[in-house]
Ligand binder design. Sequence first.
Ligand code: XMP
Length: 498
Amino acid sequence: MQKVLILDLGGQYGQILARRVREEHVFCEVRLASNVDMEQIRAFQPVGILLAGGPQWQRVDPEVLRCGVPVLGIGGGCLAMVEALGGEVAQTQRIYGRMLMNLEEDAVLFAGMPPITIGWMDQLETIQRLPEGAAATASSQVCQIAAFSCPERQLYGTLFHPEAGHTEGGSRMLGRFLKEICGASEDWTMENIIDMAVADARQRIGGRKVLLALSGGVDSSVVGGLLSRAVGDQLTCIFVDHGMLRKGEGDEVEAIFSRIDTNFIRVNAAERFAKRLAGVTDSEEKRRIVGEEFVQVFQEEAKKLGGVDFLAQGTIYPDIMESGGGYADVLQSHREMRDLPEHLDFKELIEPLRLLFKDEVRKVGRTMGLPEFLVDRQPFPGPGLAIRIVGEITPEKLETLRSADHIFTSELEKAHLHQHTAQYFAVLTDTVLSHGGKERYVLALRAVSTDDFSTAKWARIPYELLDKISDRLCREVPGIDRVVYDITNKPPATIEWA
Ligand code: XMP
């Protein structure tokens, strides 16, 4: 498959650019420029290189610009190219506001394109003098040289960011660079991704056995689907039901995976977990206990099965990519599942999703026919409801929270608000109010919108819907007669309450 290399010169621009390139159906990988040398770049055999950089960019090795494939520098990457080619970069004022770019009609990068409009530029530097042999190809009212090219050397640069959501016409320009200039083929399609992952797993696993810890979350479910297609019943999925799941969740996961061609084992370990969590009020302690017990249960089951050759994991690209920031900083998926490899005796790790972004994982799942509710599922912490009950966990509290959470989530889903809400759930607080001689809990509702879970905004749920939800909760869930809605962003708060 043809590959494009994104060299990240600093500023976390690599990840978003990579997603845009893949949306053009071209495969790419991101490397930190400071971590790779020319030998590694050549060994990667890219058909084109993108230099990604923000206001803080680092120099680029001029050799990169001589390696015989087209190079496009963006933002700081464009400035690094100008400098490496002997041009001059100068400080400027920060430039804000919508801007129409005047494009040179006969510039290869922009041929046949309507004008590009950008929302803002965040460069603190600008191009003072172009290198020899380079020509300006775009300008705006406030920026004389907003893009340049040396077509005979296949070098291009734009100060504006085509990958940014506010740049109209940006994807078209990026697509032109990838397909017309680099000649990249559009082979990064869902069908190809699935075929490649299945073929690769089949070849590596051969006739041996593979074990997967299934959480019911998107990543491990998609791994389950892929490996079942690849090696059928050589795969065993172990699903540890720790009793801290949402309403109906365990049965749903079981229903789906019992139908496909794998060995599916559901371990009903609720009692074990409940026993160990009894009387524990501190959330970090709860996390530790759930993690430890999970590994223990899993180990016991794995031992029963005998020698395992492969352990499968739902590692995704942001977990391993070099470009800092973004999702990579937030382990949203089940953290204890990531501890498993340390505790199990197996020969190799198999990670079929390691090159995919989260949205690609969802698309793969959908293309393979996994049900929508599984593929679209919001992140759910490994310790589950244990950290959504403030204070001590009791069977009654678990039941109360499960019913309340179900009412809240199903009302949001009925109103189609879940599509714009990344995570939404109920929290059972430890505030107890006495009412009519009976003790009742205060229930908190939390709903946030976020792209990357490292920051989040509380979701603007219409008052009418909140009213209906609160009404239902107080009427239908025994033990609750007060409901509050959490209106704290992250930061300063976290998404979970603990
Ligand atoms: P916070 O609360 O840190 O959450 O803003 C960010 C994301 O991480 C999830 N989260 C967890 N996931 N084990 C997990 O597997 C945990 O202990 C845990 N705590 C938080 C949270 O649901 C959100 O998606």
